[in-house]
Design a protein around this ligand. Structure first.
Ligand code: XMP
Length: 501
C-alpha cells in the first residue's frame, strides 16, 4: 500500500494534511518533525510532507531537523514552515518578510492565478542552487518552488485548507505524479485488517467494552461484534442523564448485534447521589465516581481478558502515545467518565486508533449503524447534569429532555451544510414572571445554544435565524408550562465555554 508520512512541526493543520491525503485514497500517518533520517527511511514512505509550524527556522530553540532527510531521495513537499526548512537546509536564506501575510491572497502558481491561504511572518529570500520558483504573490516573490532532480517541492501557502483554490489538486499532483502513489487506501480493507488483527490479538479470550453511546465507542462495538461474535461484552451504564429516549435507542441498536450487551439502568442511583448538589465540579466528580462504581459492579466476576477502547487517531496524536504500547496501562475513557486504572486486563484493544473522526463515522456506516448515531454531535460524559443549572431533580431533567428535543428537532431539519457543530438547550435556575391566559406564571428561563467549531477548543455562536428561534420558543413555551422564557446564547468561546457548567 502506498504511504505518505506527514512530519509535524507544530502547525495547526497537520491533521488536515493527513486527512486530505487519505481523502485521496492514499494512506498517511503523522510523525514528529525531529525524526531521524534512518527512522524515516525505515517507514518506507513513498513521499513526505512537512507541515507548517510557529517557529522561525533560524531561531534559537527551533525544532531540530535531520537534514539527512533531504538526501534520502524520497520526494518531499514542504508547506509553509516546511517549505522554509527545505530551502534553509539546502543552502537558501529565510528572513522575516517586510509584510506578513495572514489571509487569502492572489497567488500566481505555475502560470495560473489562484486564491491561496497564506499565514507567515518569514519567507524564503534566496533559493539554493537547482531550485526554481513556481509561484509568487505580490509580497512574497518565492511562494512556491521545486527542485525536480532532488524531488524537493515547497509551497508557502496552505493547499490543505478549503480556502486555497485547487489545493487538493496540488496535493494530488504531488502524491500521484511526483511520488507515484496508488490510490489504494480503502476503508473496506481497514475493516478486514482490523478484524483480523483483533482476532489475532485476543484469540479465544473475551473482550470488555464500556459503551457510552458516543460515536467512537459505538463504532468500536460494531467492529467487535463483526470481528469476534460472541466474545465481546459491552456494558452500557445509563446514568439517566442522556437526551430524550437516547438510552433506549442505544439498547435497540446494540442488543441486536452479536455481542453480549448489558444495559445498567442507574438513573435513580445517580439522581439520589446528585440530590441537593449545585456546584458544577462536584456534579462532575460524583458522576465520574458513580460511573466507575457501576461499571465495576457490572463487570464483577466476569472473565474478560481484554479491555476495548474507542480511542481514535487524534487522541493518539495529541497524547503523543502510540496505540501499540502493549502494556496494559488503561487510559481514562473521556467519553464515559473514566474507567478505573486498577482494573486488571491482559491488554487493550483499540481498533480505531489509526482513524480520523470522519473515517470512524464512515466505518460506522459501513458496519450498518444508523446515521443518527454515526452523525451525532459530541455529548459530554456527565450528560444533561451539566446543562441543568442548580439542583438536578427528576422533574427538571424531564423538562430539559423535552425542551432539548423540540430544539434539536428544529435544527436537525436544517440542510446539513447549515447545521451547527453542536446545539442544545440549558435549563437555568432563574425564573421569570409571565402571563398565561389570565394567570400570572413564574417559569424557568431556558437558554438555547448553538455553535460552529472544528476543534471544540474555540467556537463561534451560530447565528440561527430569528424565524427558527421564534418557532422553537413558541413550541417550547406552549408545550412546557414550566418554562416561562426562552433566551438565545450569543457568546463565543473564548470568553465563554461551549457548555454552561
Ligand atoms: P467546553 O464546555 O469545555 O466543551 O467548551 C468543549 C467540548 O467538550 C465537551 N465536554 C465534555 N465532553 N466529558 C466529555 O466527554 C466532559 O466532561 C465534557 N465537558 C465538556 C462539550 O460538549 C464540547 O463539545
Amino acid at each position: 500500500m502506498s504511504r505518505i508520512v506527514v512530519l509535524d512541526f507544530g502547525g495547526q493543520y497537520k491533521e488536515l494534511i493527513a486527512r486530505r491525503v487519505r481523502g485521496l485514497s492514499v494512506y498517511s500517518e503523522i510523525h514528529p518533525g525531529r525524526i531521524s533520517a534512518a527512522a524515516l527511511a525505515d517507514l518506507r514512505p513513498d513521499g513526505v510532507i512537512l507541515t507548517g509550524g510557529p517557529n522561525s527556522v533560524y531561531a534559537e530553540g527551533a525544532q531540530s531537523f535531520d537534514r539527512g532527510l533531504l538526501t534520502l531521495g524520497i520526494p518531499i513537499l514542504g508547506i509553509c514552515y516546511g517549505m522554509q526548512l527545505i530551502a534553509y537546509y539546502s543552502g537558501g536564506t529565510v528572513q522575516p518578510a517586510e509584510k506578513s501575510e495572514f489571509g487569502v491572497f492572489n497567488c500566481t502558481y505555475k502560470g495560473n492565478t489562484i486564491q491561496a491561504l497564506m499565514s507567515h511572518g518569514d519567507r524564503v529570500f534566496s533559493l539554493p542552487e537547482g531550485f526554481e520558483i513556481t509561484g509568487f504573490t505580490e509580497n512574497c516573490p518565492v511562494a512556491a518552488y521545486e527542485n525536480r532532480a532532488k524531488k524537493l517541492y515547497g509551497v508557502q501557502f496552505h493547499p490543505e485548507t478549503a480556502h486555497t483554490e485547487r489545493g487538493t489538486e496540488i496535493i494530488a499532483d504531488f502524491l500521484f505524479n511526483v511520488c507515484g502513489c496508488k490510490a489504494d487506501y480503502d476503508l473496506d480493507d481497514v475493516i478486514e485488517t482490523q478484524c483480523a488483527e483483533i482476532r489475532r490479538k485476543v484469540g479465544s479470550s473475551n473482550v470488555l467494552l464500556g459503551l457510552s453511546g458516543g460515536v467512537d465507542s459505538s463504532v468500536c462495538a460494531a467492529l467487535l461484534a463483526k470481528a469476534i461474535p460472541g466474545q465481546a461484552r459491552c456494558v452500557f451504564v445509563d446514568h439517566g442523564l442522556m437526551r430524550l429516549d437516547e438510552g433506549d435507542q442505544i439498547e435497540a441498536i446494540f442488543s441486536k448485534r452479536e455481542l453480549d450487551f448489558t444495559r445498567v439502568n442507574a438513573g435513580e442511583r445517580f439522581l439520589s447521589r446528585l440530590a441537593g448538589v449545585t456546584d458544577p465540579e462536584t456534579k462532575r466528580k460524583i458522576i465520574g465516581e458513580e460511573f466507575v462504581r457501576t461499571f465495576e459492579a457490572a463487570n464483577h466476576g466476569e472473565a474478560a481478558s481484554y479491555l476495548a477502547q474507542g480511542t481514535i487517531y487524534p487522541d493518539v496524536i495529541e497524547s503523543g502515545k502510540s496505540s501499540t504500547g502493549g502494556a496494559a496501562t488503561i487510559k481514562s475513557h473521556h467519553n464515559v467518565g473514566g474507567i478505573p486504572d486498577d482494573i486488571d486486563f491482559d491488554g487493550i484493544v483499540e481498533p480505531l486508533a489509526g482513524l480520523f473522526k470522519d473515517e470512524v463515522r464512515a466505518l460506522g456506516r459501513k458496519l450498518g449503524l444508523p446515521d443518527y448515531l454515526v452523525e451525532r454531535q459530541p455529548f459530554p460524559g456527565p450528560g444533561l447534569a451539566i446543562r441543568i443549572i442548580g439542583e438536578i431533580t427528576k422533574e427538571r431533567l424531564d423538562i430539559l429532555q423535552k425542551a432539548d428535543y423540540i430544539y434539536r428537532s428544529a435544527v436537525d431539519a436544517l440542510p446539513f451544510s447549515e447545521r451547527p457543530s453542536q446545539y442544545f438547550a440549558v435549563l437555568t435556575d432563574m425564573r421569570a414572571v409571565g402571563v398565561t391566559g389570565d394567570d400570572r406564571s413564574y417559569g424557568y428561563v431556558l437558554a438555547l445554544r448553538a455553535v460552529y467549531t472544528d476543534d471544540f477548543m474555540t467556537c463561534r455562536y451560530a447565528p440561527l435565524s430569528h424565524e427558527l428561534l421564534a418557532e422553537v420558543s413558541a413550541k417550547i413555551t406552549n408545550e412546557l408550562r414550566e418554562i416561562g422564557r426562552v433566551v438565545y446564547d450569543i457568546t463565543d468561546k473564548p470568553p465563554a465555554t461551549i457548555e454552561w457548567e
